[in-house]
Ligand binder design. Sequence first.
Ligand SMILES: [Zn+2]
Length: 314
Amino acid sequence: MYIDLHCDTLWKFMEDKGQRNLLHNSFSVDIERLRKGNSLLQLFACFVPSAQIEDGYEYGMKMIAIMEDQEKLWKNQFSIVTSMEEVWKNHGLDKQNGMLTVEDGGMLCGRLERLDDLYKKRIRLMTLLWNDENCIGYPNSTDPGIMNKGLKPFGFEVVQRMNELGMIVDVSHLSDGGFWDVIKHSKEPVLASHSNSRNLCNHPRNLTDEMVKALANHGGIIGVNFYHRFIDDALEEGLLDRLTEHIVHMRNQGGIDLIALGTDFDGITGPLEIPDCGQMELLWMALRRKGFSEADIEKIQYKNAARFLNEVLK
Ligand SMILES: [Zn+2]
């Protein structure tokens, strides 16, 4: 059983209408393979790269509508949930769970009331940035002039309102300056939904040891990312083993209670040995080879994420 904090399958649905089928498709995530992989909860991102889309808000609303349609179509097998209570209830009924998120808070276009509307539409997590500057702040970057920039004034308002609503603040993609602003100002624990260790793979999308420790100290979690460029840019083989080294390293920095999963399925392509959500067993086997106990593997699979979601969602 596992919880995955990030996939981009909805983005695939926008690109390829013919394959818009959550029960069965040729992408990396569908209900059939979630069942096969024994998923407890899959988070689905409404990925709106706001700097590249004229009206990101409309685009995001279309994505939500697609998921609502899919939920109706497969209502006996799948539900969109907003709490862990619903997750466990559906699990008992042998149904698959999905939770809606927004990737790139730029779709707010500086309008705080849109956050409340997204909440009503059952969005329960927002990744503040993607890879472009938006109304909230600045993205991860190799340019220190950008990387050190903090949140914009509107960004602070967004974090505060998300805390009030019980919407999860996601710092993946954010500039380092923005990360520290969120850590300092968020009243609730925050997470990095799909990021790895910068110590092991020097990419600005990854987290420094200080960030890993800060997340741990604030009750946060980190979803490890399956993208090969965030695991090891030089490797063509053995990426799964290398991914477990990221897990070992971040555990050593922040403790086992910090580690969760954020596969990034359908947002990535590459040579990692796990091509889709039906084959997560390969990761559990790799963790056993690395010496992780069954109790620790369960924490990584779902217990840490479940604890976090239970705490932050209202
Ligand atoms: Zn992303």
